[in-house]
Design a binder for this molecule. Structure first.
Ligand SMILES: [Zn+2]
Ligand SMILES: [Zn+2]
Length: 259
């Protein structure tokens, strides 16, 4: 299993960091988790075509997590994609998703393939999506909009990754991520701004580390950095390392972790 970080910033991007989005290779499957920024260009960077994507999972519909979707869908039409695409979105946000797609008339414009939209319910114990190589489950996350975390399991290797999307620290998220190989947890702020984290429904690096510890995660990747403060990712890493003793990553954009 490989996890490619297409973007690692929160809503405010910088020259070096785009909005958070992950591309996961699981067996022969290619999965996109969130869709801010320019995912098509970044998928090409990793020598795939966007038309190779099997499924797109949206954690929530804040703009930094979804605004690249219409352009990505249109790009795949221009690539003459023919296989249907599975698209997953929290069920409470389905009308917002439809509004986003209809404002660009995407579902009429895209004529070579079908977009299969799947609502992700609040309580789901069975797999959301299963192929010969992969299982994906949805789990809880708690934010200022309806949000889901996702757990991707590569069947052959048994490797797992959990992506929290945006969330406050939660024991329910820790339970969902139990014994995961890699927990990709948002860490928008440092502890010095824990007041902002709770006000805006986010986590600090220290809180993300607490969740990784409770989840008995093998490794923790911190992303969704608030870049306005000018804090270095080393500060995020060292804050988390005081709590979580497993491996900690603060990935750059366009970097890859092999699980
Ligand atoms: Zn965000
Ligand atoms: Zn958000």
């Amino acid at each position: 299993m490989k996890v490619h970080f297409l973007g690692t910033a929160s809503a405010l991007v910088t020259r070096d960091r785009d909005n958070s989005s992950l591309l996961v290779e699981s067996g022969s499957d290619l999965i996109l988790l969130d869709c801010g920024g320019n995912p098509a260009g970044k998928i090409l960077y990793f020598n795939y075509r966007p038309a190779d994507l099997n499924a797109v999972f949206l954690t929530h519909l804040h703009i930094d997590h979804c605004y690249g979707l219409p352009a990505l869908l249109f790009h795949m039409f221009l690539e003459k994609r023919t296989t249907s695409l599975e698209l997953f979105c929290p069920e409470e946000e389905f009308s917002a998703l439809n509004g986003q797609l209809s404002s660009h008339d995407i579902e009429n414009d895209v004529r070579t393939y079908s977009i299969h939209k799947n609502p992700v319910p609040l309580q789901e114990t069975s797999a959301l999506w299963e192929t010969d190589d992969t299982l994906v489950y949805a789990g809880p996350a708690f934010h200022s909009r309806p949000t889901r975390a996702y757990r991707v399991i590569e069947k052959k290797s048994g490797r797992t990754v959990v992506f929290t999307g945006d969330t406050i620290p939660s024991d329910e998220v820790a339970k969902f991520a139990m014994n995961v190989d890699l927990l990709v947890h948002e860490a928008t702020y440092l502890e010095s701004h824990s007041d902002l984290a709770s006000e805006y429904g986010h986590s600090t690096a220290g809180q993300a580390a607490q969740i990784a510890l409770k989840a008995n995660a093998r490794a923790l990747a911190l992303i969704h950095f608030e870049c306005l403060s000018g804090s270095s990712v080393e500060e995020y890493r060292s804050e988390a390392a005081r709590i979580f003793k497993g491996r900690i990553y603060t990935p750059d954009d366009l970097s890859t972790l092999h699980l």
